[in-house]
Design a protein around this ligand. Structure first.
Ligand code: PHE
Ligand code: ZN
Length: 891
């Protein structure tokens, strides 16, 4: 594509295709540098397309790029070059009969495919990645999600190098050929768009198991990996079985093919891909064992396995009409995987983790140059729209629908959605239509969430009328301007809330809608609180029969993705930390108190002693409370991160913010140093299973305590960390100890790094950690350290995981280093983007976003960051991916 003249695609320009592909038969002759692809398309005019009366009928335009066209035949007759038009991105045939068969032969080079889109090689094996528009790098096709077709796939390759050959659906034949080749045939009975096509071939080992569906069908489950990883797949397999069961129990959705396959590959741009019956995964979301995976990694494997599996219904059986509807499958599927994880583990802790991510990263996106609604209106490069907004905010929008409908109606509405749209490509509007058939509430205004960018703000004011025993709560909403959007209309915001008396008892409320009880909850109606529908710009809710001024608990469970502005006293926050029956809001009150403390340092240059005393005391209560889940305690003892704090500032002076955050962290660590040391040494449980929930929570708490202690002189915690490293029998404790040591400059730091490196040889995922742990250290030499690591023999710029472990870890998780006052961190990142763009545009583009926020920076940093964007822009011809992000950031 010519980036001097990039094409913007608009949502409202959607037109159905003129042609349908009723059937496609693909033949692959695999060869590392010259794979031949023969595609036979059975075409017919689309009855739904705009009709031109009596004309010759519309021509056919197929998308294709980076593939060499060898021949085209129409109904058995080879076309001459003058019978079609070929450009760098399209093949156009002007005249075709209403029903016809087109055979296209292309030749592609998997070996030279460094963008990892289309057919490529990873560790010598062949694999594909087609979402969103990778199929066109394999053959010319109607490469769009609303063209659904039945696929038959034949693969021929060398027996020696490709003993395993996989594609979607069921394997229907296998034959051994002459010359050391063999051939398999796959048939997928479910019509699907090209983005769900997959092929994998190579020398792979596998484990297998079975799952019997609710209706009694036996499904073969297989996980394919390189032979040396075969012992690391068991957890993924049990996660898969749990996901299959959960989707049956919670949504009544059963698997629909005879086999389900997962393949792990080391070179992958994203997390994983839901290709029909043949999911392809980044190996980091499949491989896990005690020596290589942290508890967080295990949870990640479980969640991503579930996510991709859940796509079989929300994504594959029901797919997107066009890419603007991406959140239709992604927001819904993220919501489903979040619910799955929260059913299996602590629901509150899961919610806290999800909200942390949303605030730290999605809120930033919403306040930057790329702000877009969960259903965007335009794009240049669709790969740039696999965003936190489409995924995470998209899931929040689904969660709000779940809250507005309540669990019972939600399930009924999902049944309607599946019933109506199974086997089709549809839209977000159609999804809300399905919800509306069941909902009591009118969802007209709610639809604005799909078209509004930016994070809404809700301001709160309270008024207690003692004479009439009435409490008035006024909620006012607004949403900041974002690129291309101003003067936004009010949204329908579900606000879950409760009132407490001064003793911490929940009041019965005379206003608001009742909430359904969770199945396992022992809470009373009053403790659960009520749901308020905030729909106006400003609205006052009055509660009768309130005998004394109450304490308000608002936005329980984070019932809407908004910023709440509610001016309450330190005492009220400390009170909520101790008394709110909504555990999420107990955590939230602590975060607000900590935020106040840190932002106070920014304004006043010193710590507010009273606020520190309140928070310090509240922490003391938490530390002493043995009834609390240790994972929850860990969350309560974790301060808001820099990227979350940044969200509440207009202009950000990062160095000052980082200093303020450090000052508060140090003060709190000092206050509780003794208790924290005890946690580090005494919370771990010996002799229990690695994934025992209490053991996992214990590690989380102990390692949170250790991280806090690193704000104090190393003499206090260094020996503890070194001892923990030496004694660790699992990766969670080992890496946490190493991370602590990496902040300092001790001999133990280097010894442990060397030891870790030696043990990492032969395990790529562990080696990634070795890079990441150094990239996130608070050492003052960090930029030089990271630059030196780029030159390390084990650094591989061509492997996305390795690149991210060093470069993205630094840019996203090391604010002190990235925002170094002299702009070195920005320059480093820009250099990486420039170097990578010609090899892998998709991954290069993901590295641009930390540079996009220059307008929000204060002081010289603002210009230093902007200069780096300009340098990228002027560095030569850019990919559309990087071009779009850089040009939007500079606008
Ligand atoms: N559809 C994948 C998922 O979220 C993500 C993905 C997008 C993977 C594009 C590869 C390419 O499950
Ligand atoms: Zn997904």
């Amino acid at each position: 594509m010519d980036t001097r003249n990039p094409v913007t695609i608009n949502r409202l320009d959607y037109q159905p295709t003129d042609w349908l592909i009723d059937h496609v038969s693909l033949q692959f002759e695999l060869d590392p540098t010259a794979t031949l692809v023969t595609s036979e398309l059975t075409l017919s005019r689309n009855p739904a397309a705009g009709q031109e009366s009596n004309g010759p009928g519309p021509g056919l335009t197929l998308q294709g790029s980076d593939c060499e066209l060898r021949s085209v035949s129409l109904d058995g007759v080879k076309l001459a070059p003058e019978d079609y038009q070929l450009s760098a991105t399209e093949l156009h045939i002007a005249q075709l009969p209403e029903h016809c068969v087109l055979v296209i032969v292309t030749c592609i080079n998997p070996e030279s495919n460094t963008a990892l889109e289309g057919l490529y090689r990873s560790s010598g094996n062949f694999c594909t990645q087609c979402e969103a528009e990778g199929f066109r790098k394999i053959t010319y096709y109607l490469d769009r999600p609303d063209v659904l077709s039945v696929f038959d796939v034949t693969i021929t390759a060398d027996v020696a190098t490709c003993p395993v050959m996989l594609a979607n659906g069921n394997r229907v034949s296998h034959e051994v050929l002459e010359g050391g080749r063999h051939r398999v045939q796959w048939h997928d009975p479910h019509p699907k768009p090209s983005y769900l096509f997959a092929l994998v071939a190579g020398d792979l080992a596998h484990i297998e198991d079975h799952f019997t569906t609710a209706s009694g069908r036996k499904v073969l489950l297989q996980i394919y990996v390189e032979a040396h990883n075969i012992d690391r797949c068991d957890f993924a397999m049990s996660s898969l079985k749990a996901s299959m069961r959960w989707d049956e129990e919670v949504y009544g959705l059963e698997y629909d093919l005879d086999c389900f396959m997962i393949v792990a590959v080391d070179d992958f741009n994203m997390g994983a891909m839901e290709n029909k019956g043949l999911n392809v995964f980044n190996s980091r979301f499949v491989l896990a064992d005690a020596q290589s995976a942290t508890d967080t990694d295990y949870m990640g494997v479980e969640a991503v396995i579930a996510h991709e599996y859940f796509h079989n219904w929300t994504g594959n059986r029901i797919t997107c009409r066009d890419w603007f509807q991406l959140s239709l499958k992604e927001g819904l599927t993220v919501f489903r995987d979040q619910s799955f994880s929260s059913d299996r583990h602590s629901a509150t802790v899961k919610r806290i983790e999800d909200v942390r991510l949303l605030r730290a990263r999605q809120f930033a996106e919403d306040s930057g140059p790329m702000a877009h609604p969960i259903r965007p209106d335009s794009y240049i490069e669709i790969n740039n729209f696999y965003t936190l907004t489409v995924y995470e905010k998209g899931a929040e929008v689904i969660r709000m629908l779940h809250t507005l409908l309540g669990p019972v109606k939600w399930r009924q509405a999902m049944d309607v959605y599946v019933e109506r749209h199974d086997g089709t490509a549809t839209t977000c509007d159609a999804f809300v239509d399905a919800m509306q058939t069941v909902a009591d509430v009118d969802l007209t205004q709610f639809r604005r969430w799909y078209s509004t960018a930016g994070t809404p703000e809700v301001r709160v004011s309270e008024e207690y009328d003692s004479q009439n025993a009435r409490f008035h709560l006024t909620l006012s909403q607004s949403c900041p301007d974002t690129p291309g959007q101003s003067d936004k209309l009010p949204l329908h915001i579900p606000v879950v809330m409760g009132l407490l008396d001064q003793q911490g008892n929940s009041l019965s409320l005379s206003n608001g809608r009742a909430l359904a009880a969770a199945v396992d909850s022992s809470q009373t109606d009053a403790q659960r609180g009520v749901l308020l529908d905030l729909t106006e710009a400003s609205q006052t809710f009055t509660f009768e029969g309130v005998d004394a001024a109450p304490v308000v608990s608002l936005l329980r469970g984070f019932s809407a993705p908004v910023k709440l502005v509610h001016d309450v006293t330190d005492e009220t926050l400390a009170f909520l930390m101790a008394n709110d029956p909504d555990t999420f809001n107990r955590w939230e009150a602590g975060q607000r108190l900590a935020t106040r403390l840190i932002l106070g340092v920014l304004q006043e240059g010193r710590i507010n002693a009273d606020t520190l005393a309140s928070l310090g005391q509240a922490w003391g209560l938490i530390l002493a409370d043995d009834s609390l889940d240790m994972a929850f305690k860990a969350e309560a003892l974790s301060l808001p991160t820099i990227d979350t704090l940044e969200g509440s500032l207009e202009q950000v002076d990062y160095q000052a913010l980082i200093a303020a955050h450090a000052m508060v962290s140090t003060a709190l660590a000092e206050k509780h140093a003794e208790a924290l040391c005890v946690l580090v040494t005494e919370t771990r449980q010996a002799g229990v299973a690695l994934l025992d929930p209490a053991a996992m929570s214990g590690r989380k708490l102990a390692n949170t305590a250790l991280a806090l202690l690193t704000w104090l002189p190393e003499s206090l915690w260094g020996p503890l960390a070194a001892a923990q490293y030496a004694a660790a029998d699992n990766m969670t404790d080992r890496i946490a100890a190493l991370a602590a040591l990496c902040h300092g400059d001790s001999a133990a730091r280097q010894d442990c790094l060397d030891d870790f490196h030696a043990k990492a040889i032969g395990n790529r995922l562990v080696m990634d950690k070795w890079f990441a742990v150094q990239a996130t250290s608070r050492r003052s030499s960090i930029v030089e350290d990271v630059a030196a690591l780029l030159q390390h023999a084990d650094f591989e710029a061509g492997n996305p995981n390795r690149l991210r472990s060093l470069v993205a870890s630094f840019a996203l998780n090391n604010p002190g280093g990235f925002h170094a006052a002299n702009g070195q961190g920005y320059r480093f990142l820009a250099d990486q983007v420039i170097a990578l763009d010609s090899r892998n545009p998709q991954v290069a583009a993901r590295l641009v976003s930390p540079l996009g926020h220059w307008k929000r920076l204060a002081g010289p940093a603002r210009d230093l960051m902007r200069q780096e964007l300009v340098r990228i822009r002027d560095s030569g011809p850019l990919s559309p991916d990087v071009f779009e992000l850089v040009s939007k950031a500079l606008q």
